[in-house]
Design a protein around this ligand. Structure first.
Ligand code: AMP
Length: 504
């Protein structure tokens, strides 16, 4: 049965007020399923992409439970940990949390790299209700003894697939080994794989599995086009595409590049050609990245040139166009990229540049999304030779599909509505006030707790503030007991790998 209203989900009046402020009319499919289950204390294993409303799906019920429990965080502790792969995503989740928490008395803090540690240390020193963090910075703070995992009641692992791609698995394992066994865990991933399932088995217990149509990428309502070009014409084509919009204040285009250097160079070239642009990538300082993103969101530049990692989690309202200047290495990334547009009920446009160097990459994308992407014809740079090669691949795929009808390519229905993508007004974020309370000193010894199997409902009573929640760590699974005695340091090698990804 479809739930038409947020008020049917068991959310409190204060949360409902924030939802009304955010102008959300109806809970999305993932919200309809996840919110009641999380309120009941169940673990969740969700397969959903950005754009499905999953942030609200996990944040709203957790915030309600934190608010109504009557507990407060102790110094150095936090009660809900939201782990995200990138800084931008952490920023975005933080902005959502402050929007949803407008009428609640909760505190939150973001902890990610590339910015000063001091404000994060200061916030943690008194304790926060919600900590949104990237794994690297979280472990840095932990190693410096600036935080304790002992008070965690809720764990959210967001974009788990991306975390694995970025080499965060050892960090995640280390973090999980430090968490109290008695907690509620929610794991979300945009894609499913054996690795993700394996990770989920070690994190969530008897979870409610929610899958928001994982096999059908949310690409239907995006007007996708491909330009067949010779390599040397790529830049000319891009200016031909973007120049007509150079003076349109409402026009925003996100252009994806493969490398950081390429992104910077392209942004400079575009600016010289009269198309205002800036770049966002891992070689830029966090403040420069935020400045560029801010200029873009405020419509002070027309084009943001980005690498994949930096663009992850960017949620800009009314983005008109995504351009794949360089095609992505992985087919799933194509779906993530074009999903940046066509939000907020706007019809989005995604234009990919295909040259003879990446025929195979492009064909892999078409195979993955089961779609022959229509040709961008309105250009003087069209290369029939490149198109011929693509046509051959398509003919081969069609032949194979005849043998297996499920592989039939789908035809694009013009601006078809896709129920999986949600739209919403993004409101300016409002920072919550820290609740006033007398926090006790951090206690290392938790109460004894029989946790042969973790309780599914960590908050059984509405405890008074002085009855602090502090869970023991007995009877941990074997791998956790082992790591407890280890110094929580990342091996240098892993550190290097992760750094490479983060700085992409
Ligand atoms: P997410 O998938 O969490 O990144 O959310 C994508 C966008 O949808 C964000 O801008 C949210 O503010 C918005 N959103 C989330 N839930 C709803 C809803 N029920 N109705 C309308 N917009 C929503």
């Amino acid at each position: 049965m479809s739930i038409e209203q947020f008020s049917q989900l068991g959310l409190s009046e204060n949360i409902l007020k924030s939802i009304r402020d955010a102008n959300y009319q109806k809970p999305s499919p993932i919200q309809q399923r996840a919110i009641p289950a999380i309120l009941q204390g169940r673990d969740i294993f969700g397969c959903a992409q950005t754009g499905t409303g999953k942030t609200a799906a996990f944040a709203l019920p957790i915030m309600q439970k934190l608010e109504t429990s009557g507990n407060f965080p102790r110094p150095l502790q936090f009660r809900a940990l939201i782990l995200t792969p990138t800084r931008e995503l952490a920023e975005q989740i933080g902005a959502n949390i402050s929007m949803y928490g407008k009428h609640l008395n909760l505190s939150y803090c973001k902890a990610y790299g590339g910015v000063s540690l001091k404000p994060q240390i200061r916030a943690l020193s008194i304790g926060v209700d919600i900590l949104v963090a990237t794994p690297g910075r979280l472990l840095d703070l932990f190693n410096q003894k600036k935080l304790s995992f002992d008070g965690v009641e809720y764990l959210v692992l967001d974009e788990a697939d991306r975390m694995l791609d970025m080499g965060f698995l050892p960090d995640i394992r280390k973090i999980c080994s430090q968490l109290p066994n008695k907690r509620q865990s929610l794991l979300f991933s945009a894609t499913m794989s054996e690795e993700i399932e394996k990770l989920a088995r070690s994190i969530v217990i008897n979870p409610l599995k929610i899958s928001i149509d994982p096999d059908k990428p949310t690409v239907e309502k995006i007007d996708q086009k491909v330009a067949m070009l010779e390599s040397l014409d790529k830049y000319n084509f891009l200016t031909e595409l973007l120049l007509p919009h150079a003076d349109e204040k409402d026009f925003l285009a996100l252009v994806f590049c493969r490398t950081k250097h390429g992104a910077s160079k392209l942004a400079k070239r575009l600016s010289k050609s009269g198309i205002s642009a800036d770049a966002i990538h891992g070689d830029k300082s966090q403040s420069a990245r935020q400045r560029a993103l801010g200029k873009f969101k405020d419509h002070n530049i027309r084009v943001l040139v980005a690498t994949d990692i930096a663009a992850r989690g960017i949620d800009v309202k009314n983005m008109n166009m995504v351009v794949n200047y360089d095609l992505p290495d992985e087919v799933e990334t194509y779906v993530h990229r074009i999903g940046r547009t066509a939000r907020a009920e706007a019809s989005g446009e995604a234009v990919s540049l295909c040259t003879r160097d990446n025929i195979q990459d492009f064909s892999a994308i078409e195979k993955f999304i089961k779609l022959d992407i229509p040709l961008y014809t309105n250009t003087q740079y069209h290369s029939e030779n490149v198109f011929e090669l693509i046509k051959k691949n398509r003919a081969f795929r069609a032949k194979m599909a005849k043998k297996n009808p499920q592989q039939q390519p789908r035809k694009i229905k013009d601006k078809e509505f896709s129920a999986e993508i949600l739209y919403g007004e993004r409101r300016p974020s409002v920072y919550m006030e820290k609740p006033k309370f007398n926090a006790g000193s951090p206690s290392k010894k938790g109460k004894k707790f029989d946790n042969k199997q973790r309780s599914k409902s960590p908050q059984k009573s509405f405890a008074k503030p002085q009855k602090q929640n502090s869970f023991g760590k007995q009877n941990k699974p074997a791998f956790q007991q082992k790591t407890k005695t280890q110094k929580p340091m990342r091996p240098q090698k892993q550190k290097r790998i992760r750094k490479n990804f983060v700085s992409n």
